[in-house]
Design a protein around this ligand. Structure first.
Ligand SMILES: NC(=O)c1ccc[n+]([C@@H]2O[C@H](COP(=O)([O-])OP(=O)(O)OC[C@H]3O[C@@H](n4cnc5c(N)ncnc54)[C@H](OP(=O)(O)O)[C@@H]3O)[C@@H](O)[C@H]2O)c1
Length: 285
């Protein structure tokens, strides 16, 4: 029996997960297909119920359904509970468990590609939306010393700073203003862009939240934006002599961890990474 995997979202047309997940399945000779399904908010419950079928291994979930799937699951793991969001569902004999591989994928990408581990470090998070919340919880679980959260809408940064403090992490919130950012960036070991600034077709596609002059050469700068592959922020960070990491690495590693949960096999990371970068390049990123 051919097994089924896939990703749900609304809309879902942009997702490149089918490209690199199918590449991994084919590479290992696993008889399974990875599809993408556009599911409306009203259709989430029925869709998730259908995942209990014997030919379903599970799914990935992307925006806007990462919270909506939770009530339909039998169990939710620690990472998903901490993030308040599920990006992976696993079906084992009709029992559905919810997981979140975004945070672990973010940490794994940083560790593998730059050697960064959060323990005892200071991090600056730019943005306060869904991605920022997941990154904050991943850094908190990884033992970060302190966090600064910078956001255009200050109240949202304050909410995240409170969440960090509730988890025992020193945290400050600042506006996305030049002076505040200059001061916060100067002492940061890690800077993560979780805004949409610099994203193709986004609200500020040519913008960078920081200039080279604001970025310490000793910092690691991770832009979660992966279209384009080389964002304006990454160019500024390179000019500053900092270590850089693009967002596609996190996307691949969250997929790697999901793959291992579904199949019980080591994921062919290089195959997946190569397929993901080739697809983004083909799309002109
Ligand atoms: N690499 C990966 O695997 C991965 C995973 C998840 C997300 N991402 C990327 O991360 C980014 C954020 O995703 P999300 O789901 O967190 O989105 P979101 O919840 O909509 O949050 C968007 C964030 O961007 C800020 N923002 C939007 N337009 C802005 C502007 N013109 N100037 C300044 N700030 C602006 C928002 O600030 P306000 O609060 O003031 O509106 C908010 O902090 C996206 O580019 C997404 O593609 C990548």
């Amino acid at each position: 029996m051919t097994q089924r995997l896939g990703i749900i979202g609304y809309p879902i047309g942009h997702s490149i997960s089918p490209i690199f997940q199918q590449a991994a399945l084919d590479h290992l000779g696993i008889d399974a297909t990875y599809e993408k399904w556009e599911v409306t908010p009203e259709g989430v419950g029925d869709f998730v119920a259908g995942l209990r079928a014997p030919d379903s291994l599970g799914i990935n979930i992307t925006v806007p359904h990462k919270q909506a799937v939770i009530p339909f699951l039998d169990e939710v793991d620690e990472w998903a509970t901490a993030a308040g969001a599920v990006n992976t569902i696993v079906n084992r004999n009709g029992r559905l468990t919810g997981h979140n591989t975004d945070g672990p994928g973010f940490l794994r990408a940083l560790l593998v590609e730059t050697g960064y581990s959060p323990t005892g470090t200071r991090a600056l998070i730019l943005g306060a939306g869904g991605a920022a919340r997941g990154i904050l919880m991943a850094l908190a679980r990884g033992g970060v010393d302190s966090l600064v959260i910078a956001n255009r809408t200050l109240e949202r940064a304050e909410t995240l700073a409170k969440l960090a403090k509730d988890n025992g992490i020193k945290a400050d919130s600042i506006p996305l203003s030049e002076d505040a950012l200059t001061q916060a960036a100067a002492s940061a070991n890690l800077i993560v862009n979780c805004t949409t600034i610099g994203m193709s077709h986004g609200p500020d596609e040519h913008g960078s939240p920081l200039s080279a002059a604001q970025i310490p050469a000793s910092a690691i700068v991770n832009d979660l934006v992966y279209n384009p592959l080389e964002t304006p922020l990454l160019r500024e960070a390179t000019a500053a002599g900092a270590t850089t990491l693009g967002g596609l690495h996190m996307l691949v590693y969250q997929g790697v961890l999901s793959f291992q949960m579904w199949t019980g096999q080591d994921a062919p990371v290089e195959v997946m990474s190569k397929a993901a970068f080739a697809e983004m390049t083909a799309r002109g990123a």
